[in-house]
Ligand binder design. Structure first.
Ligand SMILES: Cc1ncc(COP(=O)(O)O)c(C=O)c1O
Length: 407
């Protein structure tokens, strides 16, 4: 099934090649990107687009940020991979800086977000058996309806999205799902075998769903009271996106475990991590967990630069200020083709009135006007520009949205 038209352009030829030889696990918009810089990408025909997706927040610093490219280039000229069979001279500095950013003791580096989530699950289970004293194989983890934590079989097993699960069972037991944003439901679900509560502080894939104020603080209290780990999946919400370093910071909440990914790799390579104190992450012993590429020197060099960039607070401030601007502008669309808007920092879920079109149709119309967004769950489009975007660029993109909504 091709997304291409009958025109025999370079883009169409490339898309046809993909259709012939790529597994169809995605349904991309029909644009073939060739280069990127800052908030902009250029396709193979030379047309420019403002990137309002940022690779699902992996490009928080924009395309090819000079400081990140410099860190990667310098490291490419020295050493790229050792495996963890040996030490490398970059990993310690990265772990130290990341632990400090998180206010925690230890870092366990992996690559993709899903691997960080899997690592968090293994850590919570090992902690439950070895520290809390839960009987063997009885540990449970409480998760939320509408969650998205990645695509491995264990993770999709506790999703409630049928398209993520259907055809992929049997699934890993040990998960209890409760409504998102409902702390009382978590309180009711906790028992003596509960190892952890695993939630996204803001649900990204679900459409930028922001829980009611006080929810995260209450989850924190419940976890403390019941000797349960609070695991915050900040893979999409963290590292500056919402105007603070972590989305948990919005409620002044510190989870026991941070799961990080996406922007940690600076938009250059996959870098993820589990970050926690020694009494939690210290339960993992040599030989119990790892990854050939996790903690490689190239990843560590880029990750260290990412942490250094976040340490100044500049990107968080930009996201907060531009986010206010974005919210004001998007709120003005309510009742004009938009039924609901949810904004946290420079991150928005915009629900499109079905009378105007689906989220996908709006994304296609925006594409034609030089703006890249991604639809989710039918009627929603997600807006997540690089944090380096300028207010004028954002305004221009929202002008395009206005035109599209006006039909
Ligand atoms: C909150 C969250 N967790 C985990 C993941 C999985 O990350 P990855 O695609 O790098 O495996 C994602 C990806 O969108 C995510 O949004």
């Amino acid at each position: 099934m091709s997304t291409a038209t009958n025109l025999d352009t370079k883009a169409v030829r490339i898309i046809r090649t993909e259709d012939d030889h790529l597994a169809h696990n995605y349904h991309p918009l029909p644009v073939v990107v060739a280069t990127g810089e800052g908030s902009w990408v250029t396709d193979v025909e030379g047309k420019r687009y403002l990137d309002l997706l940022s690779a699902y927040s992996a490009l928080n610093f924009g395309h090819r940020h000079p400081a990140l490219v410099a860190a990667a280039t310098e490291q490419l000229g020295r050493l790229t991979l050792t495996s963890r069979a040996f030490h490398n001279d970059r990993l310690g500095a990265f772990a130290t800086a990341l632990a400090e950013l998180c206010g925690k003791d230890l870092v366990l580096p992996m690559n993709t977000g899903a691997e960080a989530v899997e690592t968090g699950i293994k850590t919570a289970r090992a902690w439950a058996y070895r520290v809390k004293g839960v009987p063997t194989d009885a540990a449970t983890i409480i998760v939320a309806d509408g969650n998205f934590h990645g695509r491995t079989t264990t993770i999709v097993g506790f999703s409630d999205d049928e398209s993520a699960r259907d055809g992929f069972g049997p699934f890993t037991p040990g998960f209890v799902r409760v409504p998102y944003g409902d702390a009382d439901a978590i309180a009711a679900a906790i028992d003596e075998n509960t190892a952890a509560v695993l939630v996204e502080p803001i649900q990204g894939e679900a459409g930028v769903i922001i829980p009611p104020e006080g929810y995260l603080a209450r989850v924190r209290e419940l976890c403390t009271e019941n000797n349960v780990l609070f695991i915050a999946d900040e893979i999409q919400s963290g590292l500056g996106r919402v105007g603070t370093t972590f989305a948990c910071d919005r409620e002044g909440v510190v989870p026991d475990v941070y799961l990080l990914g996406k922007a940690l790799g600076g938009g250059i390579l996959p870098v993820s991590a589990v970050v926690a104190d020694r009494d939690v992450l210290g339960v993992i012993h040599p030989g119990e967990h790892g990854s050939t590429f996790g903690g490689n020197p190239l990843a560590a060099a880029v990750g260290l630069r990412v942490v250094e960039m976040l340490s100044s607070g500049e990107f968080q401030q930009r996201a907060a200020a531009l986010g206010e601007h974005l919210k004001t502008k998007l709120d003005a669309f309510l009742g004009h083709g938009v039924t609901e808007v949810r904004v946290a920092g420079l991150w928005a879920g915009v629900d499109i009135d079905p009378a105007i079109g689906t989220g996908r149709e709006i994304a296609e119309r925006l594409l034609a006007r030089g703006v890249l967004v991604k639809d989710t769950h039918g009627q929603t489009i997600r807006i997540a520009p690089p944090l380096v975007v300028r207010a004028t660029e954002l305004d221009w993109a929202l002008d395009q949205l206005r035109v599209v909504l006006e039909g």
